[in-house]
Design a protein around this ligand. Structure first.
Ligand SMILES: Nc1ncnc2c1ncn2[C@@H]1O[C@H](COP(=O)(O)OP(=O)(O)OP(=O)(O)O)[C@@H](O)[C@H]1O
Ligand SMILES: [Mg+2]
Length: 258
């Protein structure tokens, strides 16, 4: 059985892409077959795994084929990374998809239809979402079994979290009743600061009853920021560091919550 996890959050720069890459790479290290889907026109997941911005075939082409009802090879866009995960890449051309989906029938489920064609090949499909709650993110939420929500423990974070949870609730009611919250993951955590501790405990007391808050949190780590410049996960770049250790803990949590 394949599990589809959307890594989503309305705020920008909170570690969605870093989490998608390292969760994916970590699951591969545990023997799982993993597909990473870059659902962000910024194409950072694609870039951070070492692929160029110019792509012959990308997620956009695959979604277009679905919309047009074409016969096509769903594997055509897939890249094979040296660490073992597969990738459906994207670049800025995906922006037009976010807009053009509005005029498409069944516009919320185009990505789901595409991923259904690939599920038989994978244990996990991880979708890296863009930092907005537009049509591509709605597509990711409709395609997903669960949503993993990275949150940076800062004052404004709770705001974005409330908004995302509202959209998750709406998606559940209208399109995807089985959609679960995988958990809330604190990222770029500077836990030596009191403010970080305060925000974490405020979020835990507001949301902890209803949602899992991962016991592991991802610390600020320079290695996590440098690894994508080498086109690798943290496990390949700095396998013994605190970044790798914290993402390995997240992988365990996700595996235990199958
Ligand atoms: N734990 C961390 N410690 C230090 N730097 C980090 C950490 N996590 C991510 N970064 C860096 O912070 C920046 C933003 O992270 P990332 O791209 O993962 O966020 P994002 O939520 O995907 O951003 P966007 O909303 O633009 O898609 C990147 O330069 C990344 O390398
Ligand atoms: Mg990103």
């Amino acid at each position: 059985m394949c599990k589809v996890i959307a890594v989503a959050g309305q705020k920008g720069g909170i570690g969605k892409t870093t989490t998608s890459i390292n969760l994916g790479a970590g699951l591969v290290r545990q023997g799982k077959k993993v597909l990473l889907v870059d659902a962000d026109p910024q194409g950072h997941l694609t870039l951070g795994l070492g692929y160029p911005k110019a792509l012959k075939v990308s997620l956009k082409n695959m979604m277009e084929n679905i919309i047009m009802g074409m016969e096509f090879d769903p594997h055509e866009a897939i890249l094979n990374h040296s660490e073992g995960m597969d990738i459906v890449p994207s670049n800025k051309l995906l922006v037009s998809m976010d807009v053009s989906l509005f005029s498409v029938e069944d516009r919320e489920t185009v990505l789901k239809e595409y991923l259904e064609l690939l599920k038989a090949d994978y244990d996990y499909i991880i979708i890296d979402c863009m930092p907005s709650l537009g049509m591509l993110t709605i597509n990711a939420l409709c395609a997903a079994d669960s949503v993993l929500i990275p949150v940076q423990p800062q004052f404004y974070s709770a705001d974005g979290l409330t908004e995302l949870l509202r959209v998750v609730k709406g998606t559940r009611q209208r399109f995807n009743p089985a959609l679960e919250i995988e958990g809330i993951l604190f990222t770029m955590d500077a836990s030596r600061y009191n403010n970080s501790k305060r925000v974490k405990s405020a979020i835990a007391s507001t949301y902890g009853k209803d949602f899992r808050i991962f016991p592991c949190s991802i610390p600020r780590s320079e290695a996590l920021a440098v690894a994508p410049q080498q086109g690798n996960s943290i496990f390949a770049y700095d396998g013994n560091g605190k970044g790798a250790k914290s993402y390995a803990e997240l992988v365990e949590e996700v595996l235990n919550h199958a």
